[in-house]
Design a protein around this ligand. Sequence first.
Ligand SMILES: [Zn+2]
Length: 249
Amino acid sequence: MNVLTSIILSLLLGLLAFLKKALTYPAGILALIFAFIITYYGGLSAFIILSSVFIGSIITKLFNSKQKGKKRRLIQIISNVGVATLAIILFKITSNDLYLLIYAAVMAESLADTLASDIGMLSKKEPINILTWEKSLKGLSGNITLLGLISSLVGAIIISIIYFIGIKASLRDALIIIISGFIGSLIDSFLGATIEVKYKCSKCKKITERKEHCGKKTSYYQGIKWVDNNLVNLLSNFFVFLFLYLSFR
Ligand SMILES: [Zn+2]
């Protein structure tokens, strides 16, 4: 893609983020830089994939009152788009199509995870913990619901279709994106259930990922103290990257 078109497309995405008040200023600037790199080096399909993930996260957050009005911070941009941007940079440097496939698979994982958590949260049924298969409290990382799993699969399929049509990919590559996107989002839940830090509210005794609950500071409950949801997202993106790199290099 040429420089001017890439700048215009990135700015359009930036404008949408600005209008939806989706990002803090530093996050917005970094997102613009990432969007430009992805569009300029990855082309139109890469841009449409990025837009789908972004728009997907905006739309689903509209249904999710807890997430409403929450601006994404710098660290969230790095953990959600960092690995994908790295894949595009490697695609540019090496001219190896594998990195474009990895980019799409990583983004498929991101959209799968976003849809799984935001739509899965709407499930009327109680979620179960991915590790213990026992009923779990709503809103916790590591939860899975049937609705969430289906949403996750749909997210991965959306990215796969864009990639398949956009770069005239093979059916095999389209399937790789669906499978790795879906498995990546399961890895995300698995890490959420195991190593992600959780806190306990001293007032209502609920387990939460938040450092504050019921207007009070929560106390440590389980997980690794410095592993938060952002790091879990980064790790599961990186898992998809590494899995595909090692399988197909
Ligand atoms: Zn509480």
